[in-house]
Design a protein around this ligand. Structure first.
Ligand SMILES: [Zn+2]
Length: 399
């Protein structure tokens, strides 16, 4: 057997590394040569590698420095932690942001864990009402390559899925930044002039005991809006102003296309393009519905893919599995848009059925904006998918 085949390819010792080791003293511990247990450097090997005369002097053979832990033993730290927990059990949630300047830390102390922030529950849905009800549970800023968006997470009274709204509102962002830098202790909100895209259910008062911290953690404005007409309802205040028709896309979840970049469809690039277009215009909403595979779910979608590989198209594969060609529903999307105060939209879609479905749900579509995703790598699967969309589902696309 040729033993060269198994030899390591790099040099056995890096001369530069050795030179650096020699140049430093025992007080420097960037590398292992001075660590406890290391036997030191063989001067003969350095001579051999560097071609220089290095003596076996004190610097090389000096005993390594000793390190002493500045932390107390674990048993001591656990004891301290337990006693400090006893003292903080009565701490209120609002104290989380307060640090006392007189809190001098000794070398042996450890930081106590922050108290758990207790939040009020959202109000229950009205059991008497038969219509679709949604409740925004939280809202947070998400920076994207196209600019910041506000992700809203909803629950509803129809299914247990977390449907989402991706809100682009550049003016609100600027306005909020400006308000934050000003002192707003006058109790007046600073949103009088512009009708922003704001969730009513998120910003309403959830509970008479809710704190400012409650509101901030869920992403609501710190103070409930005060209405000039002596009403505390945000809906009357913000939503009475008509939000100009906004660019809206109703997008259904596609794990395969958005997460693993499947080239069987173009959902990932459509989602990204929608956010980009809205960011360019400074305003818009993507309602992101958790209805995978045109509403049939991921399991059926994968089975449908196998049928497609046997010759079916996207429509006949769904039918062969006992599903409808398209089982998506838009009632929850309509309720979310209503919660955001959006009643007139410019719908970003190529799907005429979506236009009809949204109009039936009571949304005023002032314009259909064609969705032209940026060119992506074409594949045989994608071409077939787009062809079926045009031929069988009437999508307004040009290939
Ligand atoms: Zn897809």
């Amino acid at each position: 057997m040729n033993s060269d085949k198994w030899r390591r390819r790099e040099a056995p010792l890096d001369p530069l590394l050795l030179a650096a080791a020699v140049a430093s003293g025992p007080h420097v511990t960037r590398h292992h040569y001075h660590h406890v247990g290391h036997t030191g450097i063989d001067p003969e090997m350095i001579n051999l590698l560097l071609g220089e005369e290095v003596h076996d002097d004190e610097a090389i053979r000096a005993p390594p420095p000793r390190y002493v832990s500045r932390q107390a033993p674990r048993s001591q730290r656990l004891k301290d932690e337990l006693s400090s927990n006893d003292q903080t059990t009565t701490t209120t949630t609002s104290s989380i942001l307060v640090t006392s300047p007189t809190d001098e830390k000794s070398d042996n102390s450890v930081d106590p864990p922050p108290p758990v922030v207790k939040l009020v529950d959202p109000p229950a849905f009205d059991p008497v009402r038969q219509d679709i009800q949604v409740q925004c549970l939280s809202r947070a800023r998400i920076p994207t390559p196209h600019g910041p968006v506000f992700l809203h997470l909803y629950r509803n009274n129809r299914d247990d899925k977390e449907h989402l709204a991706i809100v682009v509102d550049a003016e609100e962002r600027q306005h909020r930044d400006a308000s934050d830098s000003e002192s707003s202790d006058d109790g007046e909100d600073h949103f009088d002039d512009l009708p922003h895209i704001i969730s009513r259910s998120l910003n309403n008062v959830w509970n008479s005991h809710e704190t400012k911290m409650d509101r901030l953690v869920r992403g609501a404005q710190s103070k409930p809006f005060k209405n000039k007409n002596k009403s505390s309802s945000l809906s009357l205040h913000n939503h009475q102003k008509i939000i100009p028709p906004s660019l809206v896309r109703i997008h259904s979840e596609c794990y395969t296309g958005e997460i693993i970049g499947s080239m069987r469809c173009d959902c990932g690039s459509q989602l990204s393009e929608a956010i980009r277009l809205m960011s360019l215009q400074g305003r818009g909403v993507v309602v992101y519905l958790r209805q995978e595979g045109r509403g049939i779910g991921l399991l059926s979608k994968l089975r449908a893919y196998n049928l497609q590989d046997m010759g079916h198209d996207t429509v006949t594969a769904n039918l062969a599995l006992g599903h409808g060609a398209d089982e998506r529903r838009y009632g929850i999307a309509t309720a979310i848009l209503d919660d955001l105060g959006i009643h007139q939209i410019r719908l970003l879609t190529n799907n005429p059925e979506k236009v009809i479905a949204m109009a039936t749900e009571g949304i005023n579509i002032v314009e259909r904006v064609p969705m032209i995703p940026p060119p992506q790598t074409r594949s045989e699967d994608l071409d077939k998918y787009l062809r079926t969309k045009i031929d069988k589902m009437g999508h307004m696309l040009s290939l």
